[in-house]
Design a protein around this ligand. Sequence first.
Ligand code: CMP
Length: 140
Amino acid sequence: MAIERTFSIIKPDATARQLTGAINAMIEKAGLRIVAQKRVRMTREQAETFYAVHRQRPFFAELVETMTSGPVVVQALEGENAIAAYRDLMGATDPAKAAPGTIRKVHAKSISENSVHGSDAAETAVKEIAQFFSGNEIVG
Ligand code: CMP
């Protein structure tokens, strides 16, 4: 199995409800290492760049609004098959469809306030990590 890195965001709905620690505990319990982490307020430009692939979707404006509505915690996570492992831990995008025990089932409020983001593929992970972290901010 390959050691990979993935990019994670603890979203504004979760930071507002003081869930950073609870979500980090789930991440660490799943065997993923938090190798970089910072709390930031995303600018509109950062959110639009980050979610550029969704620009044509009907929910794009709501997505940018939601992601800039409060602080987020951006993270790089490392572990065996980290990309798939974190997607399993997050659960389905829509919390109503998420499996029991997943972060979104336990904590998310709705499809737009779904508490966490995780990279969907290796190339995306590299790009997303590079948008928020420089090399010396990631300590494995
Ligand atoms: P995320 O994993 O951050 O990637 C894109 C985000 O768009 C997704 O989580 C959801 O929060 C959001 N999203 C996806 N589908 C919808 C939808 N139908 N309505 C509102 N937001 C959505």
